[in-house]
Design a protein around this ligand. Structure first.
Ligand code: SAH
Length: 280
């Protein structure tokens, strides 16, 4: 099946928003380059609808930020090229001291904790700063708390849940409100042959019991709303790793978690993002 390929140039600060909008319009995947984002859609998607969506974003951008602009090109590529392009975008990546994230077509690395991810349609190939920070923090704190129960809220491809299992957490729960993410996570859990990860469609209120560690790599607005529930599901010595927070929103997010009884113990910046670690 051929695919639509949109090559979009947009200021970096607006990439995330654009990715969200295009995902909701049926985008199958993105390749992020220095100068552009390449977005792929199935042949069945009406390219004119995507072009309209891009025009809306372009107009909004130009209205609110006079010097910034969005430009794009559209092409159709055959299936074969799509696979090649996809593969090029997802090469093995070492993260933290021990993790290697790799696609199913690459050989596992000896001596590393291999996290095999077939990105499917969900977010979380590990190439995003916030995902990488979560992995680094998980690794850093895994030895410092009990490892009975782990919750990955907003699991996407299931990457952090799989990492938790491989770090030795006994029981891992992975939740996502997006059924496509649940599907992708199930596939990746199977690829990694981890057997203690329970994947469910839903959010924090669907999480059974309490946890020693909770990861939530979502976005500030959602994290602020979920702060109370995250706090109440943490064990007394539990740890929450919260990410997806833009640097300028870190204080607001930290305040929300503080209000619900948590203490900020580490704040890890990466580019425009910050990941926060809280304890009860
Ligand atoms: N954990 C992965 C994916 C993060 S993307 C990683 O770190 O790379 C964020 C995910 O959160 C998306 O898959 C989205 O569907 C999910 N999400 C957004 N709001 C949510 C909510 N209220 N409850 C559960 N999942 C949510």
């Amino acid at each position: 099946m051929p695919y639509h390929e949109f090559t979009i140039r947009i200021p970096n600060a607006f990439r995330e928003k654009l990715i969200q909008r295009l995902t909701s319009k049926g985008c199958l995947g993105f390749i992020e380059q220095d100068q552009a984002i390449i977005a792929y859609f199935p042949e069945t998607v009406d390219a004119r609808a995507i072009a309209r969506e891009l025009s809306i974003v372009k107009e909004l951008l130009e209205k609110t930020h006079r010097d910034l602009e969005l430009t794009y090109g559209h092409g159709i590529i055959p299936d074969h090229d799509w696979n090649e392009a996809w593969k090029k975008g997802f090469t093995a990546l070492d993260v933290g001291e021990r993790f290697t994230i790799l696609p199913p077509w690459e050989e596992a690395r000896i001596g590393r904790i291999n996290l095999i991810i077939d990105p499917g349609m969900a977010f979380g190939t590990g190439h995003h700063e916030t995902t990488r920070s979560c992995l680094v923090l998980m690794e850093r704190y895994a030895g410092k708390s009990a490892k009975a129960r782990f919750l990955d809220l907003g699991t996407g491809t299931g990457l952090l849940a799989i990492a938790a299992s491989k770090l030795g957490y006994e029981q891992v729960v992975a939740l996502d409100i997006d059924p496509l993410a649940v599907e992708a996570a199930a596939k990746n859990v199977a690829l990694n042959r981890v057997e203690n990860v329970l994947i469910k469609e839903g959010s924090i209120t669907d999480a059974p019991g309490t946890f020693d560690c909770i990861t939530a790599n979502i976005i500030s607005g959602v994290l602020i709303v979920l702060a109370s529930d995250i706090s109440s599901r943490l064990n007394p010595s539990g740890l929450a790793i919260v990410s997806g927070v833009l640097a300028e929103q870190a204080d607001e997010v930290a305040d929300a978690f503080r209000l619900h009884g948590l203490t900020l113990i580490e704040s890890m910046p990466d580019d425009k993002w910050v990941s926060l670690v809280f304890v009860k």
